[in-house]
Write a protein that binds this ligand. Structure first.
Ligand SMILES: Cc1ncc(C[n+]2csc(CCOP(=O)(O)OP(=O)(O)O)c2C)c(N)n1
Length: 812
């Protein structure tokens, strides 16, 4: 197929005739690529800025890493063309994600971050304001509202902060875009769009690229088309467009995701501009993804310190001979009489002057503020100087009426003429009985939390594999008519007249992509409860990069809070090495509280201050009621922190794992610690052992204690909020039982679970006055045995240790 010069198009794998015809018409119509002199001059001016910006940085800071754009200076006019064209078509908010290459240039010349703010990032003597640990300049995000000069319309541009991990920000950008579309009612992506930039190597190599593309085909995840731009220097230097087409990598990606890919020679700025216009038009016409592959070369090494001749001598000899694209294009326009030489030189000196002046101003900056680099401000949520509006949390309880109303909707079909499955009728009937008896199980507790927040105007989004039904078939938030195909009902959306919407969506089979997406979604607004549920807790490890790079340190690096909730099914039930452990030890190891320092327990609002200072909250609730409270607390807190919840499997149906409405009424709160309240608590001096535990093992312990008749000798205290560690409440517990030995009991293996986190903190709580013994499984490489009998033997052994009052005699 014949194309315009310097352009190659791949779309053979697209099976929609209309789309194929559209592309053909754009590239096969003779003479279609025409530009006015005005457009050519704008293009030249944009190339001047792009080129001279890198030159300026190189002159001022020749030994600093900046990951310059030399060789692909057309990226700036390319992006600006996509934005101009999209703005013309009605887009007023563009959310972007990009890697290192050319990022500072994009910030300066596309997003229009003040140059002095960029330059002062190079000043190593500037002190950082006390707002987290910060990040390197080519990772920071940005948000800017401005007038688009070409269309004279308002446009907001946001560049999402990212870690070094290439492509990790892709799903985050998608999620944030989806949220912005959702909150402004843009159901077709006509106002808010995403642009993703990629390097060629990671675009082809990282699986997250495919995961992200794949989300664009799912209704609750689509952003209605993303324009992807690949800075493709992997094939080295070429001016031959056929070389571009033989570049296998971006093409493979596009083929898998069914998006057209336009290769274009980046030495031909007009061809680039044309392709970018077509890509933006494609997106606004079909609302599908499209890839622009900028085939270029990289004039320097990977960074400015690198010597590329070490490894690619011949290629770089050729590259050095190449005239920069700005020079070539300027010569072309001069020869065509579009500009004359003095005008061109004037354009250059005008921009150089802008840089020099900004550089002078940058020297006046005394302090580096990371908060100037926020990509998602939350207007109104904080005070004007960015503080929480209070340092308290109201009761998370509800009135009896609200509980009953939600319970009734949760156990009924709130629409007419809708036939549900017989098995589900039984489940709803059981729910109805629980409501009559004023109790909740796990599923109902979650219903109560969600339903009440919706009433308060909080949007809720629950996403993950099979979340609509619930992996353990306990949730059933989407009812399916048994007689009419695809007819569904979401009772949660029938609770209150003016309630916020509830989104519950089964995701694709992805963790990295989907968790990143939800994290991005949660960035957009503090007034939403965004939850990602893993099918089983251990699957979070394929999303480890989102956890390590964004969720855990996000606030410290980018001064941006995020209230995402991770629901991670966890528990040792003889199911084998997989499906057992959500790896609590990993989350706990990444908590930023000091194990060796006892905080000031007398401080007012100690619990809230602790939450404010932490990097994330880790809980393992032993009762449905506490699960209900912690979900509500997540929103009622005056700030946002990620919340990691280890959620149950067998406890979902455990007859004792029920909570009475009484513990959920107005005035009640989330309990960070649930103290012993049985016989042992009545005569605490007689208690020989105080067992601390968390989560499901509590039920094994109480059953065993009862069987052994040891209710007076052994007290059992549950730590429900593992981090931040409830030093204050635990000190009280220990002081209550002066004659008791202390032991930590867990069902996980010794090198896993909570032991390594809890032990030093418990010791700090008691000023190391007593040992803290261990009752649990031995260390192991795998999280759980695959043999049911071994599982039960191990469980019995740890229970034996927990209740053998002589067990630790030989150690002391
Ligand atoms: C997930 C991940 N793995 C490895 C790296 C280390 N790394 C940084 S840049 C880079 C090469 C990128 O090549 P390319 O996409 O061609 O971009 P270029 O720098 O050449 O423009 C690598 C391997 C990284 N940042 N992220």
């Amino acid at each position: 197929m014949a194309y315009c010069q310097h352009i190659g198009v791949e779309f053979m794998f697209i099976n929609d005739l209309e789309q194929c015809q559209w592309i053909r018409q754009k590239f096969e119509t003779p003479g279609i690529m025409q530009f006015t002199n005005e457009e050519k001059r704008t293009l030249l001016a944009r190339l001047v800025r792009s080129t001279r910006f890198e030159d300026f940085l190189q002159r001022k800071w020749s030994s600093e890493k900046r990951f310059g754009l030399e060789g692909c200076e057309v990226l700036i006019p390319a992006l600006k063309t996509i934005i101009d064209k999209s703005s013309e078509n009605g887009v007023d908010y563009v959310i972007m994600g990009m890697p290192h290459r050319g990022r500072l240039n994009v910030l300066a010349n596309v997003i229009r971050k003040e140059l002095e703010q960029i330059f002062c990032q190079f000043d190593s003597k500037l002190e950082a304001a006390d707002e987290g640990s910060g990040d390197v300049k080519y990772h920071l995000g940005m948000y800017h509202r401005r007038i688009n000069r070409v269309t004279d319309r308002n446009i907001t541009l946001s560049l999402v902060a990212n870690p070094s991990h290439l492509e990790a920000a892709d799903p985050v950008v998608m999620g944030k875009t989806k949220a912005e579309q959702f909150y402004c009612g843009d159901t077709e992506g006509k106002k808010v769009m995403s642009i993703l930039l990629h390097g060629d190597a990671a675009f082809a190599g990282q699986g997250i690229v495919y995961e992200t593309f794949h989300l664009s085909d799912l209704p609750s995840y689509t952003t209605h088309g993303t324009v992807h731009v690949v800075v493709n220097n992997q094939i080295g230097f070429t001016t031959d467009p056929r070389m571009a087409r033989s570049s296998p990598y971006p093409t493979d990606v596009a083929r898998v995701v069914n998006a057209p890919i336009f290769h274009v020679n980046s030495d031909d700025p007009e061809a680039v501009m044309y392709v970018c216009k077509v890509a933006a038009e494609w997106r606004s016409t079909f609302h599908k993804d499209v890839v622009v592959d900028l085939v270029c070369y990289r004039r320097n090494g990977h960074n400015e310190m690198d010597e590329p001749m070490f490894t690619q001598p011949l290629m770089y000899k050729q590259i050095r001979k190449q005239k920069p694209v700005l020079q070539k294009y300027a010569e072309l326009l001069v020869s065509q009489g579009v500009v004359n030489q003095p005008e061109y030189e004037e354009e250059i000196s005008k921009y150089d002057k802008i840089c020099e002046e900004a550089f002078t101003r940058s020297k006046d900056e005394k302090i580096l503020h990371i908060k100037h680099w926020l990509d998602s401000p939350w207007p109104g949520f904080f005070t004007l100087d960015g503080q929480p509006r209070s340092m308290t949390c109201p009761s998370t309880g509800l009135t009896e009426d609200i509980l009953t109303h939600i319970g009734n909707v949760a156990s009924s079909v709130p629409v007419e003429n809708f036939t549900i499955h017989g098995g589900l009728s039984r489940i709803l009937k059981t729910r109805g009985e629980m409501v009559k008896n004023r109790t909740v199980d796990w599923a109902l507790a979650e219903y109560m939390a969600f339903g009440s927040l919706l009433k308060e105007g909080i949007h809720i989004r629950l996403s993950g594999q099979d979340v609509e039904r619930g992996t353990f078939s306990h949730r059933h938030h989407v009812l399916h008519d048994q007689n009419v195909d695809k007819k569904t009902c979401i009772p949660m959306n029938h609770l209150w007249p003016n309630q916020a919407p509830y989104t519950v969506c089964n995701s694709s089979l992805s963790e990295y992509g989907v968790l990143g997406f939800e994290l991005g979604f949660a960035m957009a607004s503090p007034n939403a409860l965004v939850l990602w549920e893993a099918q089983f807790g251990d699957f979070h490890n394929t999303a480890q990069c989102i956890i390590d790079q964004f969720i855990c340190p996000g606030q410290a690096k980018w001064v941006r809070q995020n209230g995402i909730v991770l629901l991670l099914p966890h528990g040792m039930e003889g199911m084998g090495p997989e499906h057992s452990s959500a790896r609590p030890e990993r989350f706990l190891q990444m908590c930023n509280d000091d194990p060796d320092v006892l905080p000031n327990l007398e401080e007012a609002n100690f619990d809230i201050n602790q939450l404010y200072d932490c990097n994330w909250v880790v809980v393992n609730c032993s009762t449905p009621g506490n699960f209900f409270h912690v979900l509500r607390r997540q929103i009622l807190l005056p700030f946002r922190k990620p919340l990691i919840i280890f959620t149950p499997k067998s406890l979902l149906r455990h007859p004792e794992a029920r909570t009475s409405f009484d513990e959920m009424l107005s005035g009640t709160h989330f309990q960070r610690v649930i103290p012993e309240d049985g016989l042992a608590a009545q005569n605490p001096e007689n208690v020989k052992r105080l067992l601390f535990c968390t989560g499901k093992v509590y039920y094994d312990l109480t059953r065993e204690r009862k069987a052994r008749g040891m209710a007076e000798q052994v007290a059992i205290t549950r730590i429900e909020q593992l981090s931040p560690f409830p030093f204050d409440l635990l000190l009280r517990e220990v002081q209550k039982y002066p004659n008791a030995e202390l032991a930590w009991c867990q069902e996980e293996h010794k090198n896993q679970g909570y032991y390594d986190y809890v032990k030093p903190r418990l010791r700090t709580t008691i000023s190391r006055a007593k040992p803290v013994w261990y009752a649990g499984r031995d260390p192991a490489a795998a999280p759980a045995t695959g043999n049911k009998k071994t599982h039960l033997t191990e469980l019995q052994r740890l229970l034996d240790t927990a209740f053998d009052l002589d067990a630790f005699k030989n150690f002391s």
